[in-house]
Structures are given as structure tokens and as C-alpha cells.
Design a protein around this ligand. Structure first.
Ligand code: FAD
Length: 328
């Protein structure tokens, strides 16, 4: 490696959105930073590429709301530093059966975090969306102004460019095989990872748990996906859908009948880390440099939470992420 004779204050392994945002944070704070990626930069084999990622604050976990609000500011700040946009504001619309505890918790969480919201019944949903969205009689919806769409590949590239501008060294096709720890050094210590309203984002809690984002690249279309996934080895994962889409197709027909062609492929699987990348980068840089991070309750993100409870954080509402068991 050509920079082997250099000394770095911080080495970040993996140039997805988390690594790229962390490298930017470290470089911004004057750290001599190296960002290493095993494949080509902006490759398609990780989680951070593609056409769209959602950002929303409507989480039943109220500690996520704070992180989203901080991230939103940081997205704005980073894109204004870069001089181009990666985040596009949109309203967020969540819908679910009226007895759904997750969406009820979302409302409490909005209240706790002073996020303005409106609760809509079936008729109000129909009026608000000019009859384009139909929800069953016993469903309700929650509308907020906090949300939007992020362009993932462009966002990763933005953080890499910003890190580079701040003096970080970026190298791809460089797989890290082994991590060495210096005794007494804080760096390298194992840390807990916080592992114009013409369009709107939507989300439906329940089974299937579905979300959608307007397509920025193909105006007039929306991406609709099942929020969930199944366990797999990142190095040997199956390509293709890996799960049946029948329930998703049925859901789409029920909510948007006559407006969609649901015969073709439909995207599935997601998670919700991307929107948090700016704050994760900030927290990781805080941890590396000072050993503590302010403003985020790390207990919810510690690996050892699984030792305490194999299911992770305890929730008193329905889990928002489905785990498919019928994958091939
Ligand atoms: C289909 C899909 C939809 C999603 N939708 C949303 C959404 O709407 N909203 C949202 O907020 N989040 C969403 N997410 C989640 C979000 O995209 C991920 O949480 C985020 O991209 C994870 O970023 P990462 O940097 O941790 O991982 P990755 O992007 O996978 O990056 C890790 C990088 O590390 C590299 N690497 C690994 N090991 C080594 C090594 N030994 N040496 C060098 N390099 C290495 C990998 O090659 C990779 O480039 C979605 C995810 C998916 C897959």
C-alpha cells in the first residue's frame, strides 16, 4: 500500500455510508484519517448504494427521534458544504389498523419530541390524498412534515468527497484482514456501535410492514418495499428477491387499486440506518477521540444488549421490522 509509511490518527474500515460519514467527522476534527474499502468505492455489494433511502422521525422508539432530528440538521449542513443536494424533503404518512400499538407509540414519541403531527381517519386520508390512498374503515393515518428521501450513492460519494477535502486519505480495493490493538491506546478499542409537498413518503405498520418513497429519478412512480429481511451471511447472500411478494402485491392492490401495475418486480427488504449516518459518524468520532458520546443513549446500541436479551431492545409494541422465514 502506497501510504504504508504514513501514520494515521484514525483508520476507518469500510466505505459505506457509516464509514464515509465517520471519516468525514474525524477529518473535520483535524484527525489524520485513512478510509479503507475492500471493493471499489461506491460498489453495489454493500447496503449503501441505490436510488433512495427514506428519512422519517416517526419511530415508536423515542430515542430514534432525537437522532433523526440531529441527523436532519447534519444532512443539511453537509450538503450545503458540498454545494449539492442529497436529501429531499417530503411529508411522511404512516398508516395502520387503529389498534396498532406501534403507530400509537409513534404518536407518543412525536409528542415527547415536539414533532407536529396530524391524525387522519379514513375519510380524511381520502380527502388529503385526493382519493389516491384507500385505507380500511378501522385504520388511521399519521401525517408529519419531518421526512424525505436521501439519494444513497450520491450521499456516500458526498461524505467521501468532504472527507477528502478535509485531508483524509481514501483507498479502495483494500481489504483489512486483521485489526491490531495498541496497548493503552484508546484508538482501536472495541466500542459499542450505535450499529415541497408535491410528493410524500408513506408507511404502513402491520403485516406486511410496508413503506414507500417517491422516485426522484422516475417522477410519478413510487418505490414500495417490505420493511424487513432475513438473516444471511453478507459474503454469501442470495441474490434476487429471496422471499414471496404475494402479501405485498395484495397490500398494494388494496391501498392503490387501479393506480398501479403490480405485476412486475417489487423491491423488498430494508432497514433504517442510512438516515442516521451523520449522527452515527459524529458519535463514533466522539467515542474514538474522547471515549464518550453526548446526546445518544448508547445502551440501545451496545452489542451486549443481545446478551441481556437475545431479541435486543425490549419493546412494548409490535416490532416494526418483519423477519421473513420463507426465503429461499
Ligand atoms: C434495500 C435496503 C433498503 C434500505 N432502506 C433504508 C431506508 O429507507 N432508510 C434508512 O435509513 N436505511 C435504509 N436501509 C439501511 C441502510 O442502507 C444501511 O443501514 C446502511 O447503508 C448501512 O451502511 P454501512 O456503511 O454500515 O454498511 P455498508 O454500506 O454495507 O458498508 C460497509 C462497507 O464495509 C466494507 N468492508 C467490510 N469489511 C471490510 C474489510 N474487512 N475491509 C475493507 N472494507 C470492508 C464493505 O465492502 C462495505 O463497502 C436500507 C438498506 C437496504 C439494504
Amino acid at each position: 500500500m502506497e501510504c504504508s509509511s504514513h501514520h494515521f490518527d484514525a483508520i476507518v474500515v469500510g466505505a459505506g455510508i457509516m464509514g464515509s460519514s465517520t471519516a468525514y467527522q474525524l477529518a473535520k476534527r483535524g484527525q489524520k484519517t485513512l478510509l479503507l474499502e475492500q471493493f471499489d468505492f461506491l460498489h453495489h455489494r454493500g447496503s449503501s448504494h441505490g436510488e433512495s433511502r427514506t428519512i422519517r422521525a416517526t419511530y415508536p422508539e423515542d430515542y430514534y427521534c432525537d437522532m433523526v432530528m440531529e441527523s436532519l440538521q447534519m444532512w443539511e449542513q453537509a450538503q450545503s458544504e458540498a454545494g449539492y443536494k442529497v436529501y429531499f424533503k417530503a411529508q411522511q404518512f404512516d398508516m395502520s389498523p387503529s389498534d396498532n400499538k406501534s403507530l400509537r407509540s409513534v404518536i407518543s414519541s412525536c409528542e415527547k419530541n415536539s414533532i407536529p403531527y396530524r391524525v387522519l381517519d379514513r375519510q380524511q386520508v381520502s380527502d388529503r390524498f385526493s382519493g389516491m390512498i384507500n385505507i380500511p374503515e378501522d385504520w388511521f393515518g399519521v401525517l408529519t412534515d419531518v421526512g424525505g428521501v436521501i439519494k444513497p450513492t450520491k450521499a456516500v460519494s458526498m461524505f467521501q468527497a468532504l472527507a477528502f477535502q478535509r485531508g483524509a486519505v481514501l483507498r479502495d480495493n483494500m481489504e483489512v484482514k486483521k485489526r491490531c490493538e495498541r496497548r493503552g491506546s484508546r484508538r482501536g478499542r472495541r466500542q459499542s456501535l450505535p450499529s415541497e409537498v408535491i410528493f410524500r413518503r408513506l408507511q404502513a405498520t402491520g403485516r406486511p410492514y410496508v413503506y414507500g418513497t417517491p422516485s426522484l429519478e422516475f417522477p410519478g412512480l413510487i418505490k414500495i418495499a417490505v420493511h424487513g429481511g432475513y438473516p444471511c451471511d453478507p459474503d454469501k447472500r442470495p441474490w434476487g428477491l429471496g422471499t414471496s411478494l404475494d402479501s405485498l402485491k395484495e397490500w398494494i392492490q388494496g391501498r392503490f387499486s387501479g393506480l398501479v401495475d403490480d405485476g412486475g418486480p417489487v423491491n423488498t427488504q430494508s432497514c433504517h440506518g442510512f438516515k442516521m449516518a451523520p449522527v452515527v459518524g459524529r458519535v463514533l468520532a466522539d467515542l474514538v477521540l474522547g471515549g464518550e458520546a453526548k446526546g445518544v443513549e448508547l445502551k440501545y446500541f451496545r452489542i451486549r444488549r443481545f446478551q441481556e436479551n437475545p431479541g435486543g431492545n425490549v419493546k412494548d409494541y409490535e416490532d416494526q421490522v418483519n423477519s421473513f422465514s420463507n426465503h429461499k
